[in-house]
Design a protein around this ligand. Structure first.
Ligand code: HEM
Length: 524
């Protein structure tokens, strides 16, 4: 009997050890350290909390917000086997993005970064020394304040093209979502490779099939980047590619390269001639690919240049059009605010000309609308995941190295402790407020903050204001016939960029600024 008890004891000990070892292997728990981690759902072995987040038709920022209501502004969970931190208020965001900015400045190595980022060589997906080098190229060269200033005429040109397109579509129900998307993509195309992707066949010098393939790539890319790919979170299952994400990423490669490679190679050919190289260096309006090719000291490969182009085209255009789409949605739902901003435009600009960038500083209510839209509908609601390179103490908790970290910008903008009536669109809340979106006020973080903060902010903000102001200035806006403003839905689509799920439709008319003003200005 005594021998039997001993055997049973040894067996129990072995089983317990195996369970603990398996738990450590599959879930990554470190003994004794769990007690120092922030609260959060416990999750299951292997899958962790991947499936306890709720239906994937709901954007992740919303699912994380619901979880934060239960666990608080700093949460820790396991997505598959990956330790994951989610911060959801201004105080915790400040700890992450200012106090521990350096420690959380890396990106996790996800499948999208491998394929779209050409082995993590773009800015968005890179880490470490390569990231520092690339970000310098962005902030000192591609998007430096002087370069952004020089690009103001390009911004105005694209606004004029958009307005002229709309003049031809008045009195009809217009698909605003599609118009804004095309316009933003054209703008980014001009910025990155001097080419529009929609309309204007004279400007585009690439075969139509390659252009169509590239547009398809852009649309698919935004969807794929926003997916929680199981293979990223349970690396042991990556080879199975359960959702077909890696397969789709690989199939898109010819679409991206068929368009971008010939452009890069053409620039390389011209930059080898002395005159071509001088021209590229001197031209104020030189596009980003030409700048990167001409930058001998950077010595970037074709792949790295394609990675940068994809960062900008995919990330920049979608966030811009989404911001504008939400502004117009909310103004159609709140006609009082729509009339107030149009009255401001009448007073400051008058009906005989278009709005120029220099007017925007004198349009305080327009600026309130921009801030309120970015608070309530931040286009990139979870930023892009950060990754910790060392263990650190956040909010009194010990966060292990190699933790994926999300800043829930969406939850921060709707935090009832920071905002009165947080779910309501009330631009007037910013009337006498000094709060801005530049990353110093941690309760309003649409462009994030710190080392990984959006390098496109000084380009994005002026063009967002300019486009929106001109759209409101030139046209009257109304919901489609039979739809009341308050019935226009605000259902959000899942994805890295949180756009409307359903396209925005509206009726527009050019009875505010005369047609000849809109069309005449296009030729300036
Ligand atoms: C309203 C428009 C835009 C918004 C709200 C926005 C917001 C953001 C946010 C939240 C991030 C992630 C920051 C983080 O991970 O902490 C980001 C990253 C980035 N944005 Fe923007 N963005 C906008 C437009 C643009 C434009 C027009 C460009 C380019 C001209 C651009 C270029 C980038 C790049 C390259 C990154 C990656 C930075 C990095 O990884 O360090 N963005 N943006």
């Amino acid at each position: 009997m005594e021998g039997y008890s001993l055997q049973l004891g040894v067996l129990t000990l072995c089983v317990a050890t195996v369970i603990l070892l398996l738990r450590r292997l599959l879930v990554g728990t470190r003994w004794g350290v769990d007690a120092l981690l922030p609260p959060g759902p416990k999750g299951w072995p292997i899958v962790g909390s991947l499936y306890s987040l709720g239906p994937k038709t709901i954007p992740a920022c919303r699912r994380f917000l619901t979880l934060a209501e239960q666990y608080g502004p700093i949460m820790f969970l396991r997505m598959g086997s990956r330790p994951t931190l989610i911060v959801s208020n201004d105080k915790m965001a400040k700890e992450l993005l200012r106090v521990h900015d350096q420690a959380f400045a890396s990106r996790p190595m996800l499948a999208t970064g491998k394929h779209f980022g050409y082995n993590y060589s773009s800015v968005v997906f890179s880490s470490g020394a390569h990231f520092v080098r690339m970000k310098k190229i962005y902030t000192h060269e591609l998007l430096s304040p002087s370069k952004v200033e020089l690009l103001s005429s390009l911004r105005m040109e694209e606004v004029r093209v958009l307005l002229a397109n709309l003049v031809h579509q008045t009195d009809a129900v217009v698909n605003v979502t599609s118009l804004l998307f095309k316009s933003s993509l054209n703008l980014m195309g001009r910025l990155v490779f001097s080419k529009r992707l929609f309309g204007d066949s004279e400007v585009v010098s690439v075969p139509p099939r390659e252009i169509e393939n590239f547009k398809f790539f852009v649309k698919s890319a935004t969807k794929l980047v926003g997916l929680f790919n199981i293979g990223d979170y349970i690396p042991a299952l990556r080879w199975l590619d359960l959702q077909g994400v890696e397969g789709a990423l690989q199939r898109l490669k010819p679409h991206q390269e068929g368009f971008l490679l010939p452009i890069i190679q053409e620039y390389r050919r011209t930059s080898h001639s002395v005159e071509g190289s001088m021209k590229q260096k001197e031209d104020d309006r030189v596009d980003f690919i030409a700048s990167l090719v001409a930058n001998d000291s950077a010595g970037l490969s074709d792949e790295s240049i394609m990675a940068v182009a994809i960062d900008l085209i995919v990330g920049g255009s979608d966030s811009l059009s989404t911001a504008m789409e939400w502004s117009i949605t909310e103004l159609l739902r709140h006609p009082h605010d729509l009339h107030a901003v149009q009255a401001e435009l009448d007073t400051v600009v008058g009906r005989n000309r278009l709005v120029e960038e220099s007017d925007c500083a004198n349009l305080p209510f327009l600026n309130c609308i921009v801030k309120e839209t970015l608070r309530l509908h931040p286009p990139t609601p979870l930023a892009i995941p950060h990754f910790s390179s060392e263990e650190c103490n956040v909010g009194g908790y010990r966060i292990p190295a190699n933790t994926i970290a999300y800043v829930n910008i969406y939850a921060i903008g709707r935090d009832p402790k920071a905002w009165e009536n947080p779910d309501q669109f009330m631009p007037s809340r910013f009337k006498d407020s000094k709060v801005n979106v530049y990353g110093h006020d941690f309760h309003l973080l649409p462009f994030s903050s710190g080392r990984r903060g959006c390098p496109g902010i000084h380009f994005a903000l002026p063009v967002y204001k300019l486009m929106l102001a001109n759209l409101l200035h030139c046209f009257t806006w109304a919901p489609p016939p039979g739809v009341r403003g308050e019935d226009i839905d605000i259902i959000e689509a899942p994805g890295v960029v949180c756009s409307r799920l359903n396209p925005l439709l509206a009726c527009i008319n050019y009875d505010r600024v005369p047609k000849h003003v809109i069309l005449a200005d296009q030729n300036k």
